[in-house]
Design a binder for this molecule. Sequence first.
Ligand code: 5AD
Length: 353
Amino acid sequence: MPTWIDRLREEHTLPDEGYRELLTTTERETVETLFEAARTSALNTFGNKVFIRGLIEVSNYCRNNCLYCGIRRGNREVPRYRLSKEQILSCCAEGYAIGIRTFVLQGGEDNRQTTTWLADVVKAIKSAYPECAVTLSLGEKDEADYRALSDAGADRYLLRHETYDEEHYARLHPREMSGAHRKECLYVLKRAGFQTGTGVMVGSPGQTTEHLVQDLQFIRRLTPEMVGIGPFIPHHATPFRDEPGGSIDLTLRMIALCRLMLPAALIPATTALATLGGTDGRLRGIRCGANVVMPNLSPRENRANYELYDNKVHSHSESAQGLIELDAQLRTIGYTISLERGDHINFSNHKTS
Ligand code: 5AD
């Protein structure tokens, strides 16, 4: 089986059989070899640097009713909020002050945050912080909307395909949504000039190894700049409340396989991984080839209401002290934070236990 790993390392692609075996093998040694190969790949491309992206959760209103998601339309328990332009800009200011140079605006599919309004917000961020990247994660839109947001200056867009298989997609989503449309959006995003991110939840209800194999083949064909992979975690106010959560080990295997397929991709150690696996979960993600962490910059009073799944961790890395702590954790495994330009916190001067 190590031959599959060698082949993936060299050719960045495998036949289904190779992915299947690497996802299911019970030989620990093989799994460790996979993780090590992915780690080495990331180290070769990025060194021991982990990129930081500031996440701003702009609205928890959502017109969709995805069966797994805590902010689904049908969840009447959650108080809804949407941030104003001023609030978003003040989140950016807070992030900028501690050295963050990429802002990720994520939200439910909220009709009231119109494209015109969003484009204005993007322009305001870009004019206040011309050297910063703006990433959007706002779901499915029409081509004209994606283009308008790209024209406004947004650089990147995250839209997980969630699962390649359309029947499986239909099991996770209400009738009015389709896997085909989701995937189409990704190609439209690319055409509109975005650096594009996709990804899946690992262990979503009904997911099989074959589904994951197809996800990997799709990710390889799409060749996104970013890939987000996290374990499914049940949320108490959704139809999947009693379903088991995804496996950390399988999530790590998926991260490692994506790293070897796409050596230059930006792959976060996701909050879902940190939620299931604690601090260790995040570090394990890094050691399997992830190279991005996304601290939360959302206003503190809204955070509890952006719960896509239960017990979502609320890290404090949005503060300077939090970033120093994150850096200290990363240093225990030989990594360090990269703020790209303008990093004016000198981490090596701060001692934290
Ligand atoms: N568990 C894990 N991840 C989830 N997401 C949504 N709900 C859950 C859940 N219950 C993920 C989806 C979405 C991303 C923003 O969060 O993959 O694309």
